[in-house]
Structures are given as C-alpha cells and as structure tokens.
Design a protein around this ligand. Structure first.
Ligand code: 3PG
Ligand code: MG
Length: 394
C-alpha cells in the first residue's frame, strides 16, 4: 500500500489564508506559445478549491532548465496569461521569486486573488535545495499545497522545503495521480498488460523489475527493443543496441512474459522522407536501423491489449513524430483507446502520442508526469510525497 498523504480537506482554510501552491507548469513552448496546456488545466481543481475558501493564492513552478539563471525565454508569463483566461480572473506574474517585488505583490493580495512567482529555476537555490531559499519560500505563506506531480521525483527546495515548516497537503492533481498509479501497484485487475517503449533500456530496468512482479505481459517497443532482440541473438543491422545491457535483457526474457517485436520498419536514416523497408526483426540488413515496430508486431500487441483488464503504457513504439515511423505507435494507441479495461498513460512522450492521434479523451488516466510516474512505479514513493508525510507529523 502506498502510504497516504495529507489532503486539501485536512487544511484549515479561511478568508485570507495565504497558500503557496507548487504546481508543475513545465509546459511545452514553441516561440513563446504553449503547445499543450494539459498541465495548466490539470491544476485548476486545486486552485478553484482554494479560491472557494477565500485563500490568497501564490502559485509557483519551474519551466525548462534555466540552471539558476534568469532566461527571459523561460518566463512563466505565457502560463500566467493562459491561466488568467482559463479562470476568467487576472493572475499577476511577479517579476522575481520571493524577492521584494513578489513580496510586495503578495502583501496586496485579497481573499480569492491569485498570483504567480517567476520561474523557480531562475534561482540556483531551487535545484540545489538551498535551506535559505527554502526558508524564504516558506515565509511567503501560511499554508503549502503541492500539486506538482510531474516534479514530485525532484528533491528541490520548493518541493521538500515548505512542508518542513508549514501545514501542508497534496492538491487534487497530485492526490489523483497517487491514487491511480498507486492502485496499479497495489491491486491491479488482471490481465495487467504494460507497454514500454523509449530509447534506453537502462532507464527502464527498475520499472521492468517492478512491473514483472505485477504484470501478466510486458510489450516492448521503441529503440530499447533492439537490445532485447540482440539478447535473443537477432541480427539487428545498425539499430541502436546498449551492449552493456544485453546480458541483463537475456535474463529478463527468461521470465517468459516479455514480448518483443517480430517485424520492424527500418530505414537508413530517421527522416520524414525516409525510404522504409518492412523486415523481420531478427534479420535487419546491415546499413538499416529499426525505427518502428512492424504491422505484424503491432497487430499482436493490439490483440493482447484488447484482452487486458488493466493497461499501463510508457514510451512510444517508434519515432511517431515522423510519418514513415508512426504506424506502430498509432495502432497501439488505438488499441489502448479501444480497450475496455482501465487504461493509464504514464506521461511524457506516450502522453504526447495519444494527443497527437486525437485519442487522449478515450484513455482513463493520462498522467501529467513522465519521469515522476516511472519513478513512482519503480519505487512506490516519491520525495515530494515523503516530504508531505513528514510535514504532517510535525
Ligand atoms: C517534467 O517535465 O518531467 C517535469 O516538469 C520535471 O522536469 P525536469 O525533468 O526538468 O526536472
Ligand atoms: Mg477503457
């Protein structure tokens, strides 16, 4: 069982209670335009709950990786603008992170007002978990709410600092993510099928071990499939193989519950106008690399998915952003959408994939955390959750 964390209902809120809310507004931006606002819409229930109690809300988040320096391209301004539109209420952006400008704005808040601090990672103290920076942040409010599931695997100042000194709780989004992903760990309905893709098998070893304890089948795609194929003695041409992981993959295959591709879509290069060849997965010609699972594999995977009572998907099956290598991921996405079982997408690229194919609405839970959901599945806990629990015991 995942240990419970304090919830919004556990907080004593009244008119004018000042609440620091850590959100994960790390949204994809292109030329200052938000490409996908899922992480903003997902934070609305918590913000509206706090507003309904007359709280004075101070939002904070990181955006990108500015590494402790101010980078105007990574300002949270587009997020504050989008949030103002969604809430129908002005969300002012402070020009700094807890300096005298934001302190002045905070002092002038009225019950129900909402403002946002600038990008936390403009300050070196955030990622370094500097105690002075954490104390400064905690001093801005009476109460702390963590709704940043996507960053809950980072022991950064804004995540682990405030619960040490402030009454704290998980927001709605964080609580829902823990409920859904925790449910997959505690009591998944069987057959439980996991689908894993992505580039490096070394990033997924812990997750595979955790899933082998719970899943009936694990379907492998993405570049990491070639290390499994190599472990089975296949000729993989020039496909990406992690040589130092081949022995480990061979041991994993002995479980008998890991499915690997039988055919692939290969090409010389990963380009949008690549000449592709459909080849057997164990006989990829030299000079070619596999960039997608083939139609036979995709069909096999779709059949297995259709019979599942629980599905967890993390990592695309191929380079779905490029048309010649999109079909495998599309077939799998369609199968997950059509599945009558409970379906969960573990954030990151697979979440982008289901949105790319217009299927996100047909998935039961699309996680807002890529790295966070993988770490949670692997370890059953996260630094952000541990901090909230410790805080509630003070
Ligand atoms: C994410 O997008 O995965 C989270 O916001 C965490 O960002 P990070 O990987 O830069 O810490
Ligand atoms: Mg379903």
């Amino acid at each position: 069982m995942v240990d419970p964390v304090p919830q919004l209902e556990d907080l004593e809120l009244k008119d004018g209670t000042r609440v620091l809310v850590r959100a994960d507004f790390n949204v994809p931006l292109r030329d200052g335009v938000i490409e996908d606002d899922l992480r903003i819409t997902a934070a609305l229930p918590t913000i509206k709950y706090l507003r309904s109690y007359g709280a004075e809300i101070v939002l904070c988040s990181h955006l990108g990786r500015p590494k402790g320096k101010v980078d105007p391209k990574l300002s949270l301004l587009p997020v504050a603008v989008r949030l103002s539109e969604l809430l129908g209420q002005q969300v002012g952006l402070a020009p700094d992170v807890g300096g005298y400008l934001s302190t002045g704005m905070i002092e002038s808040l009225q019950p129900g007002d909402i403002m946002m601090l600038e990008n936390l990672r403009f300050e070196p103290g955030e990622e370094a978990n500097d105690p002075a920076f954490a104390t400064n942040l905690s001093g801005l409010a009476d109460v702390y709410v963590d709704d940043a599931f996507g960053a809950a695997h980072r022991a950064h100042a804004s995540i682990v600092g405030p619960p040490v000194v402030l009454p704290s709780a998980a927001g709605r989004l964080l609580a829902r993510e823990v409920e859904v992903l925790g449910g997959l760990l505690d009591a998944p309905k069987h057959p439980f099928v996991a689908i894993l893709g992505g580039v490096k098998v070394s990033d997924k070893l812990g997750v595979i071990d955790a899933l082998l304890e719970r899943c009936d089948r694990i379907l492998i795609g993405g570049a990491m499939a070639f290390t499994f194929l190599a472990a089975r003695g296949a000729r993989v041409g020039d496909s990406l193989v992690q040589d130092d992981q081949v022995d480990h993959c061979r041991k994993l295959l002995e479980s008998g519950r890991i499915e690997i591709p039988t055919d692939v879509v290969a090409a010389a290069d990963m380009t949008a106008d690549a000449q592709t060849r459909h080849v057997r997965a164990d006989a990829i010609p030299d000079g070619l690399k596999g960039f997608d699972i083939g139609p036979e594999t995709a069909g096999t995977y779709a059949d297995i998915i259709s019979g599942a009572a629980t599905v967890l998907w993390n990592g695309p099956m191929g380079v779905f952003e490029l048309e010649p290598f999109a079909a495998g991921t599309h077939t799998v996405a369609q199968a997950v959408a059509d599945c009558r079982g409970f379906t969960v997408i573990g954030g990151g690229d697979s979440a982008s994939a289901v949105r790319h194919f217009g299927l996100a609405d047909r998935i039961d839970h699309v996680s807002t955390g890529g790295g966070a959901s993988l770490e949670f599945i692997e370890l059953g806990d996260l630094p952000g959750l541990q901090a909230l629990r410790k805080g509630s015991r003070k």
